[in-house]
Write a protein that binds this ligand. Structure first.
Ligand code: CUA
Length: 309
């Protein structure tokens, strides 16, 4: 399935309203540019004999200024109308807390029962055709969430809560990324919004609530031991095991995600092995240190992680 990422290909009501601003802004600017260029050419090439008087000049300048003001106010009115239309819907289908981190997205599905909360990373699942409220915050610097096919940009500011809502009207995968420079790996801070029919969304959510699958065989059991015995546990959580740190992405259902390292790599065995062995080669400056594991340990760890569906 292709990943959509274009503000001009809206897939939901919020993005559609924003996309509707494009024709008036674009064609309005084209008309103004043509008028200005026309006036410039006329001024440059007309005969010098009939120099306009003071009053004629004042009239032209006045008319041009008035035209500019009218045009700017018209565009401002359009902009405000769209801004008003984007206020939060009354009844969101889900409340999702997204926290910006250097350089990944922590995603938590709110629930009044703490044990039913779901924590994941770099992937937001939403039910198709239903508005979803996204609460934004940051744990370090200012980031900005932008999923162009679904909504406008919104900043994530440390110590300050912002929110936006979005709705996907067609099932699909919508790519988004950080839109505010936040450090050396700003460009590798992407995420996916996956819009599914409500039934499939509920199944996904129920699955994510479960603790991690226990290791399926002896190789995976060794992998779990490698995980718990190495520095992985200092940063990652896997529900159902003693690993509970929230410094890095939650790995409870790592294998169910489409990408690794915030959209930098496909979630496949080779990419995962390369990422674990030396993240600094793929995302220099990221918080994850290199992990010099022996080949047997690495293979066991991969077998375990691949079972975390
Ligand atoms: Cu986060 Cu740029």
């Amino acid at each position: 399935m292709t990943w959509l990422q274009s503000a001009l290909l809206p897939a939901g009501p919020q993005a559609a309203r924003i996309a509707a601003l494009w024709p008036p802004f674009f064609w309005g600017s084209v008309v103004i540019w043509l008028l200005v260029m026309g006036a410039l050419l006329y001024g440059a090439f007309r005969r010098r004999r009939a120099a306009p008087g003071e009053r004629a000049m004042a009239r032209s300048v006045g008319a041009a200024s008035a035209g500019t003001i009218v045009m700017l106010f018209a565009l401002l009115a359009l902009d405000l109308a769209v801004g008003r239309a984007l206020t939060l819907p009354p009844e969101p289908a889900a409340v999702i807390e997204v926290t910006g981190r250097q350089w990944w997205w922590e995603v938590e599905y709110a629930d009044s029962v703490p044990s039913r909360r779901v924590t994941t990373a770099n992937e937001i699942h939403v039910p198709v055709g239903r508005p979803v409220l996204i609460r934004l915050s940051s744990s370090d610097v200012i980031h900005s969430l932008w999923v162009p096919s679904l909504a406008g940009k919104k900043d994530l500011i440390p110590g300050h809560r912002t929110s936006l809502w979005l709705q996907a009207d067609t099932p699909g995968v919508y790519r988004g990324q950080c839109a505010e420079f936040c450090g050396v790996q700003h460009a590798k801070m992407a995420l996916l919004v996956i819009a599914e029919p409500p039934e499939r969304y509920r199944t996904w959510l129920a699955r994510q609530r479960e603790p991690a699958a226990p290791p399926a065989d002896s190789l995976a059991r060794r992998g779990l031991a490698v995980f718990l015995g190495s520095s992985c546990v200092l940063c990652h959580a896997i529900a159902g095991t003693p690993a509970a740190s929230r410094m890095g992405p939650d790995l409870t259902h790592l294998a169910s995600r489409r990408t690794l390292a915030a959209g930098s790599l496909p979630n496949r065995r080779g990419a995962l092995a390369g990422w674990i062995a030396d993240p600094q080669r793929i995302k220099p400056g990221s918080r994850m240190p290199p992990n010099p594991l022996g080949p047997g340990d690495l293979r066991a760890l991969l077998a375990y992680l691949e079972g975390l569906r």
